[in-house]
Design a protein around this ligand. Structure first.
Ligand code: CA
Length: 228
């Protein structure tokens, strides 16, 4: 299945050029020439990636980007900006764009960035969703809130991220190195004992408090949460 790319660009020459190049790479291509149509197509056609010009008639690219993110659309967005629009670039990234290209751009570079953005999107766990559950436990990523039945559970940032990572990868034994890398990041130099400490915190705030046996130890490996 080929990925669907939406081009939102009012300059017909650029739009046509992009279309030909993308089709040549065997992407499916959709086009919009103004912001409003672009937004509408993004919400109805659900493309795998959007190339979004910032200077558009009707609604600016920044506004399109903002509204898409407001609508919980996680589609990768690569902005096209004029050469010296530094503030637009910053604003676009703040509004949730993933990347940008300055016009005029080298098509090979844009194609490379498209491949990276799509690959990154595909490599996200498919279970990744706004609300993760285990029995009566709910982790709501939009509200950044964890609750068990009606109780709101207060977690620190790392406890939250660790819990979320385990829930996103249910039924997979996660080894300590992997957890460290994903939750604490590559630049963390501490040892993996920190994970055991945080698992203990989570167990005391959730498992023990509510009498569930959610986080299991996988001997010699790490931890796992099974489907209930
Ligand atoms: Ca334009």
């Amino acid at each position: 299945m080929s990925e669907k790319i939406l081009i939102v660009e009012d300059e017909k020459k650029i739009s046509r050029f992009l279309e030909l190049e993308l089709r040549h790479e065997e992407y499916e291509v959709l086009k919009a020439y103004d912001g409003r149509t672009g937004l509408e197509m993004a919400l109805t056609e659900l493309p795998d990636l959007i190339i979004l010009d910032l200077m558009l008639p009707g609604m600016s690219g920044i506004e399109v980007c903002r509204r898409l993110r407001q609508n919980k659309q996680t589609v990768p967005i690569i902005m096209l900006t004029a050469k010296d629009d530094v503030s637009d670039k910053v604003m676009g990234l703040d509004m949730g764009a993933d990347d940008y290209m300055t016009k005029p751009f080298a098509i090979e570079e844009l194609l490379a960035r498209i491949r990276v953005a799509i690959k990154r999107k595909l490599s996200e766990p498919s279970e990744k969703s706004e609300v993760l559950k285990y029995k009566e436990l709910q982790v709501n990523h939009i509200k950044h809130q964890v609750q068990y039945k009606e109780d709101i559970i207060e977690l620190t940032k790392k406890e939250y991220e660790l819990l979320r990572y385990l829930l996103e990868n249910k039924n997979i034994a996660l080894d300590r190195e992997k957890i460290l890398e994903k939750v604490w990041g590559y630049d963390y130099y501490g040892d993996t004992n920190v994970i055991d400490v945080y698992i203990r915190y989570l167990r005391s705030k959730i498992d023990q408090k509510y009498g569930v046996d959610m986080i299991k130890t996988v001997r010699g490996v790490g931890y796992i949460i099974y489907d209930e």
